[in-house]
Design a protein around this ligand. Structure first.
Ligand code: MEV
Length: 325
């Protein structure tokens, strides 16, 4: 039996990296999800396993014992343990648990896989202990887990994994749902190059510290792009949105987070008729997105594939983290 919960992956349309410094970002939850199944055990171990990542191991009295995947298993499962501890704190009791992670979200690709796993784990563990978590608590616990993975996350990934839909996110004001009546047709292209968000965030930080007078105006331009994009979404103006996507990518190149594989996919997507294309998430590999009119989705997806990427057409989902029926 057990309890199963899930949470969505995401794409950042505008504002990644700059969001870490207080600028706004626009983010969409997409129809790829992480699923986490939790059941109690007779001992006090916290046993966790991810079929996709081929890792497994258990925590006992604070010590991790890998069964599959060695150090990588510890690194990947540590945030799951953080989530479990936070939920135990809220419940005022603990238990031995089996945690099984099944995800359809590519890992370390900029689509928020770690936040989706953390949010789903929080809900499933809470339900197993018979407590209900408010969305705000799921967000807060997921944020704590992301700190273990990324160091200084903005909170945009935990927010979208928790709430779903289309959000305007800013660190000081939090989340605001965007009335995105507009369909935002996107092709995602995965370079399949895994990278570390922590390292890329550190790279931008170093550049900002070295050249504040250069980098800060770039980040303020990022904010203005978001403001124009909110208006374009209201007006259902896909063409303007595409132009803004291209400009945003230029800014991300300027702060050094693109990659030649991303550039290849972006350039081919544009040639195949995308209205705009950019990297999404931390960059340095991972995924790009191409904003594309419906009748060109197939052509853009094929171009991305020919250029060596794995394409898929993403659909927005309004379903945030939830217990599966
Ligand atoms: C990662 O999905 C987005 C970044 O802006 C980091 C963050 O906001 O925590 C690169």
């Amino acid at each position: 039996m057990g309890v199963v919960a899930s949470a969505p992956a995401k794409v950042i349309l505008f504002g990644e990296h700059f969001v870490v410094y207080g600028e706004p970002a626009i983010v969409l939850a997409i129809d790829k999800r992480a699923y986490v199944k939790v059941e109690t055990r007779n001992d006090k171990r916290i046993y966790a396993r991810s079929a996709n990542l081929n890792i497994a191991g258990y925590f006992e009295e604070g010590v991790f014992h890998p069964e599959k995947g060695g150090e990588n298993a510890r690194y990947k499962l540590e945030p799951v343990k953080t989530v479990v501890d936070k939920v135990f704190e809220l419940a005022g009791r603990n238990a031995g648990l089996n945690i099984e992670i099944r995800s359809t979200v590519p890992v370390a690709a900029g689509l928020g896989s770690s936040a989706a796993v953390a949010a789903a784990t929080a809900l499933a563990v809470a339900k197993t202990l018979d407590i209900e978590l408010a969305k705000e608590e799921v967000f807060r616990i997921t944020y704590e887990a992301e700190r273990v993975v990324h160091g200084t996350p903005s909170g945009v990934d935990p927010a979208i994994a928790t709430f779903g839909g289309a959000l305007l996110f800013q660190m000081d004001t939090g989340v605001k749902p965007l009335e995105a009546e507009m369909d935002i047709p996107l092709v995602i292209g995965d370079t399949q190059i895994q990278r570390s968000t922590r390292d890329l965030v550190a790279k931008v930080r170093r550049l900002r510290e070295k050249f504040p007078a250069v980098i800060e105006p770039i980040m303020r331009s990022g904010r203005k792009i978001v403001l124009h994009a909110i208006e374009a979404i209201k007006q259902q103006d896909l063409e303007t949105l595409g132009e803004l996507v291209d400009i945003n990518h230029g800014l991300l190149c300027a702060v050094g987070v693109s990659h030649e594989a991303l550039e290849r996919l972006i350039s081919e997507a544009r040639k195949a008729g995308a209205l705009g294309a950019k990297l999404t998430g931390a960059g340095g590999g991972g995924c790009m997105i191409a904003l594309t009119e419906h009748d060109k989705l197939d052509a853009v997806a094929e171009a991305i594939q020919r250029a060596g990427g794995i394409p898929y057409v993403a659909r927005k989902t309004d379903v945030g983290a939830r217990i599966e029926p």
